[in-house]
Structure formats: structure tokens, C-alpha cells
Design a protein around this ligand. Structure first.
Ligand code: HEM
Length: 399
């Protein structure tokens, strides 16, 4: 990589064949073609310069002084009603990230959250068993309620109905992805934001009186302005729900199609962390993160001008053969922690340890412990959606 001092005109390969509808069906063939033909390219359909190689995305993640998070305008700021830390650079970002880390570091996960994650997973497994008649949709009947209730607890909103929180999260994400500026999406998003803000009125007042270990409480304790607290809690609600939910179904889907590896982890519980780490590489729930160049930069022989919006396709980077042997093979014995599913550098996911514990070590292992006959239901089809945020919208199972 080299940084040039003058901006150039947009003189980059153009990938006019790239089709967002096709990406939502199955993005991986298009990602393979992007990496092979143009790992840095302008996409008229996405209206961004796309970086699809592992090397390119790593450079972007590790050079925030060039790949700035302070993206101009943008749907996320509109959706959440303000700019959260993921859309800021240091030192502003670091000041807001520090109190969030206090709520989510590994010791807090062990001391505070693990017990709640266990109780939540148990509660929703029992409900699924009571109503399921030996069959369920693992997404709606288990993954969604477990992820929503865990998140209610982590943001200090245990009194909120998890169904409401799940809906807010969905609407914030739809708003963040509303690049076509559809009014019906803004209407839904605005309604959910108003409901979430009303719940935050109560939550913030309570936590000021009686602080606890939640993310919201830690943000308040740090003396942060209330507007910033709200922006960051809404970011956490939008980002902390979908991806853990998708990891429940991704892990089960992958294990069920890899019987030998499933047998291994069922006889050695120490392997669950590796199953989680490989599943998050193989089906990365966050497909792309956005940056804006603060200087012209040369990458893979192409020059991206200053002020360009860039999409770093982490899900593609995680299937790059230049980085991973047999990248399209699910292999739990790969070296841990080498992929970009959680980003890397200063914006690396704040909830990484929480989700690894909540889903990778608690919710999915519990399923297999309690339901030894768990299997995919061959009589019903699974469905997927999305590419910027991608996951199973239905995973029929039986036991
Ligand atoms: C499997 C589940 C998850 C995945 C794959 C995931 C992935 C990511 C990614 C890719 C980023 C952006 C990194 C970048 O821009 O460089 C991110 C940021 C973030 N995530 Fe997660 N995430 C997950 C779960 C969670 C959970 C459960 C929470 C909170 C409880 C959370 C909170 C955050 C926050 C606050 C940020 C912004 C960090 C910053 O800008 O400093 N995430 N996550």
C-alpha cells in the first residue's frame, strides 16, 4: 500500500456485472470473481469502491488514518438519530469505546453475563421444546428470542419485551441499509427509534439512580453526554442482535452438514470455541463495513482517491485463498483468530467476547446437549437473506 498526497480521478476497474439481488441470493460466487478480477473496483450498483481481498481489507482495518470511519452523511446516522462510535475516528471514538469495553471485557463476561446467557438459553430451549412437537424453526423459535433477551440484559433493558427490541434492531438495520431512501423504511425506523428512546428515558433515569453492569450504565458512568449514550446504545441494539442470532443457525447448519466434525465436538466440548471461530469465518454475519478515504491510497495497483466511500467486504476476505487454505471448506482445525469477521484494529467488534460465550459456548452447545437427535428437517427448506448483513431467515429442524 502507498499513500499519495494528491487525489486522482476515479480511474478504477468498474464491476458493472455486480448485482445486489444476486449477492442477497448467494454472494460467494460474486466475491470469488471480484477477488480474481478486481479486488479493488468501483461498483455502480453499490455506489462504493469495493475491496474484496483479505490483504486489502486488512490494510483498510489497520489504517484508520486513511480509511476513516467518519463517513459523510450516511444512512446509519439518519437511522439511529445521531453518530455512534463506529462512525467516528480516534480520539473521539476511543473516548466512547473505553466505557463500552468495561461492560464487555472477558472478565465481565465470566463474572456477570455468562450466568444470564445460560438462563436465557435454557428458558427459550424449554419454550421451544414445550411448543415444538419435535419440530421447530431454529431461527424464530430459538435464535431470535435468545439473542434478543441477551441483548436486553446487556443494555440494561431487562424490562423491555425482547420482541420489541428485536423489531427495533431490524428496523435500525433496515434504515442503515436504506441507500435507496425508501420512505416506508424510514417510517418504520423512525417509529422504532421513538419507542427505543422512550424506553431509554426510563432506563437512563433508573441507571443514574442505581448503576449496574450493563453497557448503558457503563456509558453513563463514564460521564458521556446523554445524546452519545443513546446513539451508542441504539448502535448496540442494531448490531448486537442480528449477528448473534445468525451465529446460532450458522453453527447448527454447518455442523449438520459436517457429521465428522460434529462428532468431534460432541465428544470434546473444548472444541466449541473453534467451531464458533470457523463458523464466523465461513458465514460472516457482517458482510461489509464502510469507510471513507481521508487521503488517496494505492491498493492492488489501483488508486482510490481521497474522499471516496469504500466498502470492505469482510465476508469475501474471509474466503480469500491467498490467506486461507481451501477457503470454501468448513474446517474447525484452522488456527484460531485469523479471520476478519469481527474486523480488526481500533473498531474491532466490542461484543466479540460476549457473543463467543453467549452463542458459541452456551446457546448452541446447550441445544446439542439437550437434543441429541437434533437434525435439519429435509422436508422443509432453509432460507437466507442479505449480504451486507447476511443470515438464515429460516432453519427448519427436528429432534
Ligand atoms: C457474531 C456476532 C457479531 C459479529 C460478527 C460482529 C461483527 C462486527 C464488526 C465486523 C464490526 C465492525 C468492525 C469494523 O468496522 O472494523 C463490529 C463492531 C461493533 N460491534 Fe459487533 N459483531 C457481533 C456481535 C456484537 C455484539 C453481541 C455486540 C454488543 C453486545 C456488538 C457490538 C459492537 C460494537 C459496539 C461495535 C463498534 C465498535 C467500534 O466502532 O469501536 N457486536 N462488530
Amino acid at each position: 500500500m502507498s499513500v499519495t498526497s494528491t487525489a486522482t480521478s476515479l480511474d478504477l476497474p468498474v464491476v458493472d456485472w455486480l448485482d445486489p439481488a444476486e449477492l442477497a441470493r448467494d454472494p460467494y460466487p460474486s466475491y470469488r470473481r471480484l477477488r480474481a478480477e478486481a479486488p479493488v473496483a468501483w461498483s455502480p450498483a453499490v455506489r462504493k469502491v469495493l475491496i474484496s481481498s483479505f490483504e486489502g481489507c486488512s490494510v483498510g482495518e489497520r489504517h484508520p488514518e486513511i480509511f476513516s470511519s467518519n463517513v459523510a452523511g450516511g444512512t446509519m446516522v439518519r437511522a439511529l438519530g445521531g453518530r455512534p462510535l463506529i462512525r467516528k475516528d480516534d480520539p473521539d471514538h476511543a473516548a466512547e469505546r473505553a466505557p463500552m469495553n468495561r461492560a464487555l471485557r472477558p472478565k465481565q463476561i465470566m463474572d456477570v453475563w455468562a450466568e444470564k446467557f445460560e438462563a436465557n438459553a435454557r428458558r427459550h430451549l424449554d419454550r421451544m421444546l414445550a411448543s415444538g412437537n419435535g419440530t421447530a424453526d431454529l431461527n424464530t423459535d430459538y435464535a431470535v428470542p435468545v439473542a434478543a433477551r441477551n441483548l436486553c440484559d446487556m443494555v440494561g433493558m431487562s424490562g423491555v419485551d425482547p420482541t420489541d427490541l428485536a423489531r427495533w434492531s431490524k428496523d435500525f438495520i433496515a434504515g442503515t441499509g436504506n441507500v435507496l431512501d425508501r420512505q416506508d423504511i424510514w417510517d418504520r425506523c423512525d417509529r422504532s427509534r421513538a419507542e427505543c428512546d422512550a424506553a431509554l428515558d426510563e432506563t437512563i433515569a433508573r441507571l443514574r439512580r442505581r448503576p449496574d453492569a450493563s453497557i448503558t450504565s457503563m456509558l453513563l458512568e463514564g460521564g458521556m453526554d446523554e445524546d452519545k449514550v443513546r446513539n451508542n446504545v441504539k448502535l448496540t441494539i442494531s448490531g448486537g442482535m442480528n449477528e448473534p442470532q445468525h451465529m446460532v443457525t450458522n453453527m447448527v447448519r454447518l455442523l449438520e452438514r459436517s457429521p465428522a466434525q460434529k462428532a468431534e465436538v460432541l465428544s470434546d466440548a473444548g472444541l466449541w470455541k473453534q467451531v464458533f471461530g470457523e463458523a464466523v469465518r465461513y458465514f460472516s454475519p457482517i458482510g461489509m463495513v464502510t469507510r471513507q478515504t481521508a487521503a488517496a491510497v494505492e491498493l492492488h495497483g489501483a488508486t482510490i482517491p481521497e474522499g471516496t466511500q469504500v466498502g470492505m467486504i469482510l465476508a469475501s476476505a474471509n474466503r480469500d485463498a491467498a490467506r486461507f487454505t481451501d477457503p470454501d471448506v468448513f474446517n474447525i482445525h484452522r488456527p484460531a483468530g485469523t479471520n476478519l469477521a469481527f474486523g480488526s484494529g481500533v473498531h474491532q467488534c466490542a461484543g466479540k467476547w460476549a457473543v463467543q460465550k453467549a452463542i458459541g459456548e452456551i446457546a448452541v452447545p446447550l441445544l446439542y446437549r439437550e437434543l441429541p437427535g437434533l437434525q435439519l428437517d429435509p422436508s422443509r427448506t432453509e432460507t437466507w437473506d442479505g449480504w451486507v448483513f447476511r443470515g438464515l431467515t429460516s432453519l427448519p429442524v427436528t429432534w
